[in-house]
Write a protein that binds this ligand. Structure first.
Ligand code: IFM
Length: 770
């Protein structure tokens, strides 16, 4: 199990340590996430079974995803003493996460009245049936004892802004327990059922303290192990099921219980094996990097939306209700590329979510005005695509007051980020069906949005993008942010290329599209805007690109100086009066993010000049920042710096090295964008994978301590295994590939037929200089 398991025997710590542990050990299956809490935990320990794609609002509080009643609940008492880690009776505890199949397990040994009691459980959320969770639980006492086991569904739910399921109802159907309710805002039914398979003597069913339970009183024999298997299922009114959620979950747990624990686990493991065959990356020579990267990839694979759900991956995945369970640009820019190159069907699912929420983006353009049209995608997007981001999105920890932020109304780059991802799907898969499914509408509506947003500056004879926020959120309402302008430019370029593609390949679809969007009159104007759009270029003397107009005139003080001025440790450095606002200290990669995204467009000396300028001024206040620095560092052969940032991005959740609060806002959860950044840095960065002149191109610059990198890629629907050692780059094409590909290996173009193995020797220079 080397590099396939994490574990801890930590017992104590403060509330923050506990929270970080629960985040690290969470499991998910795209439909729901289950924080790494223990079987006996309840809302005080922040148990969360967070559901994908179902949201609710209570009063004026933020809308957030719904947490389901906890079907994984079990509590045990021995001789009248409840066994909990907090009780002080726990002598030894270990919990583990099996990365190969997202299986959580725990073993806790308690000492009660001189008797040793061991609790063990194994929990997984089925990858084969996403509604299903399964737990095997065992209790062993080393002396005769009076044992009480209570297991079932806990209807006491921890919410950030709930309760979302008030007035839960409890029922039984034969041996199956049921808890169900409806969301407050839309009355969407949510149901959880649970069935237990056991060989215990008869117990009883009862509803007690908000829980629907099976209870057993057992005269436990010394050394005997008491085992039972729990099957719980969750369904909501959002699911396409033949029966009602209540009927469906009862049916599901009955079926799973009839199949049994082992076969359910085997089916789950088989699905995980298929996932890892696609997405695993082997790093030889560096155990820390291997574990951190695998853990990062696991986070993305666990969060991949269920096929056909048109859901996407929220900024904190399914680890809780943080950030309103919303989908940000994080998904397309940081997570999506891994799926695109390893599991394109899942990548398409992520983009379908944007197709599905296009109307929400259209509504936002109209309401955020003045005169905006097209698709202004939500900064924080939920199920309809309307923006969940509040105008006051951060709190001041001194006064508790909400601070006006402009994330929602000014972070316009999000539309272009989505359009770029949509076009990438076509380029990398070679399949334009997603464009015909609505992807083309998304691209053209994003272009239309920028067309409606641009200002013509007559004296400069150019179109500008004013009053925006770039990726660096500490500087709001700036003009001509380099990243934003380039993304807008690229969106318009893609839109026109798309039209040409459709004209050549699908003229009828183009005609229908133009008619549907009523865009015929505007298209020529997009070409003019493209010609005359202002895209900041490097200064000819310094090579620097100014992040936005006036940035270089801001106070050039160090990050240490700015942070030393804080009065409260959780103080937010941006918004109106934030300490970073008058300075050149930036929150996250901005120009450098642009240099990663458009890496074909910048010469190494330009990247280098900007990296050296912006890096000391970047506070990395966002988990999205480190990977952009890592990636661009590989482009310029700064492999030590690249590695430093790689480890930062890859181990954020593994080490729990993240903020729990921004201002007054709780932010604890996983960081799937950083996890995606770990994959990007490894595969696009150290292995040098990319597209060049329409070909799959690989130009390795292996980190010196790594002796080998091995991974799989899917390109134009064909499969390749890539193996980079210090001496040679080897690409093996699957025998089932449909065509011969022209690959660019370092500087050579090589034909790679189905089943062929092609190699390129790597000089030490190739690896070390990038
Ligand atoms: O999308 C990011 C943003 O760039 C920085 N603040 C956090 C958001 C969610 O991760």
């Amino acid at each position: 199990m080397e590099h396939w398991k994490i574990s801890t025997s930590e017992l104590g710590g403060d509330a923050a340590d506990l929270m970080r542990r629960q985040i690290r050990f969470q499991i998910a299956n795209g439909y729901m996430g289950y924080r790494g809490t223990l079987d006996e935990d309840g809302p005080e320990q922040h148990v969360g079974v967070t559901l994908a794609g179902i949201f609710d609002r209570v009063g004026e509080a933020w809308r957030e995803p719904v947490n389901a009643p906890n079907g994984g609940y079990t509590a045990v008492s021995v001789d009248g003493v409840e066994l909990t880690l907090a009780s002080g009776d726990c002598a030894r505890h270990e919990q583990a996460l099996d990365l190969a199949a997202a299986v959580f397990s725990r073993q806790s040994v308690f000492q009660v009245n001189g008797k040793g009691v061991t609790l063990q459980s194994t929990r997984f959320l089925s990858a084969a049936n996403p509604h299903l969770g399964v737990v095997r639980y065992t209790v062993t006492c080393d002396a005769a004892a009076s044992l009480r086991i209570r297991t079932g569904i806990d209807g006491n739910i921890w919410d950030l802004n709930g309760p979302h399921l008030p007035g839960l109802e409890f029922a039984t159907q034969g041996d199956v327990l049921l808890v169900h309710g409806k969301t407050q805002e839309q009355g969407i039914p949510v149901a959880v059922a649970e069935a237990v398979v056991h060989t215990l003597a008869d117990g009883k069913q009862e509803v007690s303290e908000g829980r629907n339970l099976h209870t057993w009183q057992i005269k436990a024999e010394a050394g005997k192990t008491y085992t039972f298997d729990k099957f719980f299922a969750v369904a909501t009114g959002n699911d396409s099921l033949e029966a009602s959620p209540r009927e469906a979950v009862v049916e599901m747990v009955r079926a799973a219980a009839a199949v049994g624990f082992e076969p359910c686990l085997a089916e789950h493991r088989a699905e995980w094996q298929r996932r890892w065959e696609r997405a695993d990356v082997v790093i030889e020579g560096d155990d820390d990097a291997q574990l951190a990267l695998r853990f990062s990839i696991l986070q993305l694979l666990m969060a991949a939306p269920v096929e056909g759900s048109a859901n996407s991956i929220p900024a904190r995945a399914l680890s809780g209700q943080v950030y309103k369970g919303a989908i940000f640009w994080d998904t397309e820019m940081f997570m999506y590329p891994m799926f695109l190159y390893t599991w394109p069907e899942a990548a398409a699912e992520l983009l379908r979510y944007r197709i599905h929420t296009l109307d929400g983006a259209r509504r936002k353009a109209q309401t955020e005005g003045p005169g905006y049209r097209g698709a202004f995608y939500a900064w924080e997007s939920q199920e309809t695509g309307d923006d969940a981001c509040s105008y006051f999105n951060v709190g001041d920890p001194h006064t508790g007051r909400e601070l006006r932020t402009h994330f929602r109304d000014k972070q316009i780059h999000v539309s272009g980020d989505i359009a770029i991802a949509m076009w990438q799907h076509f380029l990398v898969t070679g399949d334009d069906s997603l464009l015909l499914e609505g992807g083309a509408d998304v691209i053209l509506e994003c272009a239309r949005f920028y067309y409606s947003y641009a200002y013509y500056k007559a004296d400069k004879r150019r179109y500008e993008f004013l009053d925006v926020i770039g990726p660096d959120e500490y500087h709001e309402r700036v003009n001509n942010n380099a990243f934003t302008n380039r993304v807008a430019y690229e969106t318009l370029r893609i839109a026109l290329e798309l039209v040409e593609h459709l004209r050549a390949e699908h003229p009828d679809a183009l005609e229908a599209l133009i008619e549907r969007l009523q865009i015929a009159d505007e298209l020529p104007a997009y070409a003019v805007l493209l010609r005359e759009a202002y895209v900041p270029e490097p200064d000819p003397q310094t090579g620097l690109i100014e992040q936005f107009e006036g940035y270089f005139k801001l106070d050039d003080v160090s990050i240490e100086e700015v942070t030393s001025r804080k009065i409260h440790p959780n103080e937010y450095l941006g918004a109106g009066q934030g300490l970073a606002v008058p300075t050149q200290v930036i929150k996250q990669a901005d120009v450098i993010m642009m240099m990663y995204l458009f890496r074909e467009s910048f010469a190494p000396e330009i990247v280098q000049a900007n990296w050296d300028y912006y890096e000391p001024r970047t506070e990395h206040g966002s988990s999205l920042s480190a990977c952009a620095y890592a990636l661009t560092a590989t482009e310029i052969g700064r492999l030590e710096e690249a590695y430093r940032y790689f480890i930062k991005t890859a181990s954020i959740d593994l080490k729990g090295d993240f903020k729990l609060y921004a201002g007054t806002i709780f932010m604890g959860g996983t960081h799937p964008a950083a996890c995606g950044g770990a994959w990007l840095t490894t595969v696009f960065g150290f292995a040098g994978v990319g597209r060049h002149e329409g070909r799959l191109a690989i130009r390795p610059r292996l980190y010196p301590r790594w002796t080998r990198l091995r991974f799989s890629l899917v390109y134009q629907k064909d499969h390749f295994t890539v193996d980079v050692s210090r001496e040679v780059l080897t690409v093996q094409a699957a025998a089932t590939n449909r065509q011969t590909h022209q690959l660019q290996l370092v500087d050579r173009i090589v034909a790679c037929a189905p089943g062929a193995v092609v190699t390129e020797s790597l000089s030490p220079k190739a690896n070390d200089d990038g």
